[in-house]
Design a protein around this ligand. Structure first.
Ligand code: 26V
Length: 855
């Protein structure tokens, strides 16, 4: 490192020389004192860590101030309980929110280090499966932005969601060792440790004329806290994401150890630590997976102990808990909170049952994220009894009162009683976590208008009758800081030109774009931004897959978990039909398309893995067929994660949201893509419906069966042979798959897919094919009229502001949590704050490609 670069050049505009020098000094100090390297020895990764630690210091100052303020004010706090937080990378997110991106970039530049390069050293934190986990991450950022005092509680998994590698077209899974290089964001809190108990027996004793229950557990595990600061937009407020790690309270079992049995001594430790070893995938029903139930109780117990201790420290008693704490259950995974809070209040703090129940219900609320029957959590009573005997008793007692209410509401109605009961008596005796969460919560929300309506009509129909008014809708949202500003800095720059800097604080300012939607000069600039982003994605596809794609082609994107109901199969069938049509008529002016897929299949979900193989087999044939002149390309990008999404989404022209109607609770990728100017082709499902309402029916392509049609058709039977006979394109595409055209090495490979399409079309792939194919040709026609397409794309951006997670969180705060939120920033923070930042963002965007997660 030369002497000259230490002196630096000019500070970035808006940053003082003092600040620049201070940041440089801080990074160098971290490199020496925290990493133990000097400049000459430092690797890129060392620099990343040093910079991250220097940034963390600055965040921590704000964190402590925010913490003290809310504590002093006795403010109500939100506790967001979630087994998943799909965070991605934090470095540029935190820099951006702190307003420190330009000065860090300049400081690092002076030190001879490229910030864009460092960004790639950070592994994606993939502590989630998909939508539910990413929503939790967006919500954490919005709660910090709105200055809501909040803590996110979850598990610090040693391994996140598996890494996906595609080998000869097949998915292979590898462990995600995201912590192997350390994690500069987290602060271990060795003093924050709770005991979590399992098993044993329950004893009834009488004391002071009252019956008391004592649980004598057989096993104890310690939960140790690790805090990650989550900084809100403009850095004014910081909240903690507190993740629990498990360890044994008696790691070496001294008596065993002294006897020389070292292996036996560490067995208990291994058993305790297994709780936080890995994240469970969304595959078959979790029933029978004891470790998953242990994870659920482990994090619920530690989190409730933590929040109760905090409450007692400030308020001294638990009577007013609900006025100071709002506990949000992210799906049913934390449902045990209902029984655990009752246990704490009744067994440990001597509350009367009825009073404890009032406190519990007033404190808890529950978000439902899916109606898929196979995804609704239940646990065998026998397992519950063995692992959590006292909790099972409590659940039984809750059920007695609850069923008495049911009997009073619908006397003699056995079916009603069975449907609302916390215990399912039909398929072996099982505890129903959805019913438990519902009964123990004052509000239950769905995640899109349609989903909330369906909750009332289907799964929770009878509970809604019994507790009317509890179900409410809170349509999902996404954080615009990550999904617009950071992912698409060029578009952000353009939006600032048109809407003013206020758009950074107030997304409704996007409406000013509308006036420019048909303006030719603006359209050109808008298209140039999209083209720039498409070049970056084309480069990535070239580097990773060795497939050459033309950035001028229509980029057609389907990125999400692979699941039958999301219907990647429908998309690939249409791809095959289009391929066949181009071959039939090569002279026509076909719109060049690139079909881009990404997504992971659960490791045990064989059919989903076969769909991945089919996509890759089709890609192999289509991409190498000279007869179609490169007008159709298929690219499956491996290892879909948050960072990959940040590259794909800004480059998309067309967003595939084609789930079987009634099956996608909301979707949030649909929002990210529309916000970045992709037109949606989709079914009337989840939040697609609200997206249509906002962007206007003329700016979205809706096709296919509606939720009611699906119900009716399923009742009629699922045989699709008639549909196929009537659709020459579909039958030809299915025949091509069935005859081994795409799998000459193994012609029977996709026989199960062909069979499902013909005879068990549960997901309506065959039934919706013709409508989908026609909608796609409609897209082709629209694409060819460039000004009209651009206008629709601009109007999508202009009209998506409502889908900000800030809006969603404001609604939760007002309707469910009863906590105040900070008003608009324009009023509270100077608007010149970010004057210099877009340059830095643009430079980041120009950096070649994302690096894969670290090994
Ligand atoms: C769970 C399971 C478990 C068993 C078999 C297959 C399967 C498939 C899906 C799921 C969903 C788990 C919950 C979830 O992630 N839901 C998603 O939540 C998002 C945020 O609310 C929402 O946007 C998605 O539509 C919804 O699928």
């Amino acid at each position: 490192m030369s002497e000259k670069s230490f002196q630096g050049n000019f500070p970035a505009p808006g940053q003082s020389t003092d600040e620049l020098a201070e940041i440089k000094g801080a990074i160098l100090a971290k490199l020496r004192l925290a990493i133990g390297k000097d400049v000459g020895m430092a690797t890129r990764h060392d620099w990343y860590k040093a910079a991250a630690l220097a940034l963390r210091d600055r965040i921590v100052h704000h964190w402590l101030t925010a913490e003290k303020q809310s504590y002093d004010a006795g403010a109500k706090r939100v506790y967001y309980l979630s087994l998943e937080f799909l965070i991605g990378r934090l470095f540029t997110d935190a820099l951006n929110n702190m307003g420190l991106l330009p000065v860090f970039e300049a400081a690092l530049g002076d030190l001879g280090v490229d910030l864009a390069d460092l960004r790639k050293c950070e592994p994606d934190a993939a502590l989630g499966n998909g939508g539910l986990g990413r929503l939790a991450a967006c919500f954490m950022e919005s709660m910090a932005t709105l200055a809501i005092p909040a803590i996110g509680y979850g598990i610090r998994y040693d391994f996140g969601l598996f890494r996906q590698i595609i080998a000869e077209g097949w998915q292979q899974e590898y462990p995600d060792e995201w912590l192997s290089f350390g994690n500069p964001w987290e602060l271990q809190r060795p003093e924050v440790v709770y005991h979590v108990h399992f098993g044993g027996s329950v004893e009834r004793v009488e004391a002071n004329g009252r019956d008391r229950t004592i649980w004598h557990p057989a096993e104890t595990v310690q939960a140790v806290a690790y805090d990650t600061p989550i900084v809100g937009w403009r850095g004014q407020h910081v909240n903690a994401l507190r993740l629990w790690s498990a360890r044994s309270p008696d790691p070496l079992k001294l008596d065993v150890f002294n006897s020389g049995d070292y292996l036996g001594a560490s067995a208990e430790e291994a058993r305790a630590e297994s709780i936080c070893k890995f994240l469970y995938p969304n595959d078959e029903s979790p029933a029978g997976r004891e470790l998953r139930l242990r994870q659920e109780y482990f994090f619920v117990s530690a989190s409730l102990q933590d929040l109760i201790q905090r409450h007692l420290t400030s308020d001294g008693q638990l009577r007013g808990l609900a006025s100071k704490a709002a506990v949000q259950l992210n799906d049913t995974h934390p449902s045990l909170a209902v029984a655990e809070l009752m246990r704490i209040l009744v067994d440990l703090h001597n509350f009367r049952w009825d009073e404890a129940w009032k406190i519990t219900v007033a404190t808890l609320s529950y978000t439902n994220h899916t109606l898929l029957p196979e995804a609704l959590e239940t646990w065998p009573v026998e397992l519950f009894e063995r692992l959590l005997p006292r909790h099972l008793e409590i659940i039984y007692r809750i059920n007695v009162a609850h069923l008495a209410l049911a009997d009073a509401r619908c006397p003699g109605d056995i079916d009603f009683r069975a449907s609302v009961s916390l215990i399912d008596e039909k398929s072996g005796r099982r505890v129903r976590m959805g019913q438990l969460a519902f009964v123990g919560s004052h509000r239950i929300n769905g995640v899109s208008a349609m989903h909330s309506d369906l909750m009332k009509e289907t799964v929770f129909h009878d509970l809604n009758h019994l507790y009317p008014g509890r179900i409410t809708n809170k349509t999902n949202g996404i954080t615009f800081r990550r999904w617009l500003m950071l992912a698409n800095p060029k578009l952000t720059g353009l939006l600032r030109e048109v809407c003013g800097d206020a758009v950074l604080d107030d997304p409704t300012q996007l409406k000013h774009l509308e006036a420019r939607a048909s303006d030719n000069a603006f359209q050109q600039k808008f298209r140039a931004v999209k083209y720039h982003n498409k070049i970056a994605l084309a480069r990535l596809i070239g580097e990773r897959l060795n497939i050459h794609v033309d950035p001028a082609a229509l980029f057609d994107v389907q990125i999400k978990r692979i699941h039958e109901y999301k219907r990647q199969l429908l998309n690939i069938l249409e791809t095959i039909a289009l391929y066949q049509s181009i071959k039939d008529d090569p002279q026509r002016d076909w719109v060049p398309r690139v079909k881009i897929f990404a997504g992971k299949a659960a490791a045990s979900y064989r059919y989903a893995k076969l769909i991945i193989k089919l996509i890759n087999d089709v890609a192999e044939i289509v991409n190498n067929d000279p007869a179609i002149g490169g007008r159709l390309k298929v690219a499956f990008l491996a290892d879909y994660n948050v960072s990959l999404a940040e590259v794909i989404i800004p480059a998309a022209d067309l967003s595939e949201q084609i789930s079987t109607a009634g099956m996608e609770a909301s979707g949030t990728g649909n929002m990210k893509l529309a916000l970045n100017g992709a037109l949606t082709i989709g079914t009337l499902d989840g939040a697609n419906i609200e997206i249509r309402d906002h962007v206007g029916p003329e700016n979205i392509a809706i096709f296919g069966m509606e939720a009611m049609d699906v119900v009716v058709r399923r009742k009629q039977g699922l045989d699709a042979t008639d549909v196929i006979r009537r659709s020459p394109k579909l039958s030809r595409a299915i025949n091509a798959i069935g005859s081994g055209e795409f799998s000459p090495d193994d012609p029977g490979r996709f026989a199960s897919i062909v069979h499902a399409l013909c005879y068990l079309d549960h997901y309506m792939v065959s039934a919706d094919f013709d409508a989908y194919y026609a909608a796609q040709r409609g897209i082709d026609a629209r694409w060819q009229v460039v000004p009209a397409w651009t206008r629709a794309s601009i109007l999508n951006v202009a009209r998506m502001s409502w889908f900000s997670s800030d809006r969603a969180i404001r609604e939760y705060a007002r309707d469910i949590w009863n906590v105040p939120v900070r008003g608009d920033f324009a009023a509270t923070v100077g608007s010149a704050w970010h004057a210099a930042r877009s340059d830095s963002l643009n430079r980041l965007a120009d950096s070649p490609a994302i690096a894969g997660s670290l090994p």
